[in-house]
Design a protein around this ligand. Sequence first.
Ligand code: ZN
Length: 76
Amino acid sequence: METETQSQNAGKVYLCPMHREVRQPNSGKCPKCHMYLVPEGTRFGMLRSMVKSPLKLFIMAAPMVAIIVAIMILMP
Ligand SMILES: [Zn+2]
């Protein structure tokens, strides 16, 4: 999904999705929550697209629901 933008990340600032104050010149993990940093501009982009398209959200949630149902069925 983000492989296309990887090549043009030079010079970008990386931000933690959870901590606005965390800014780093290169990719890595947030020192506070250890989440992967995302390039500036794409922050909340995934979240926004999920809100924009409920169908996408459903497609992403469906496998999780299936796993939960499978666990419930397989539970002794
Ligand atoms: Zn963080």
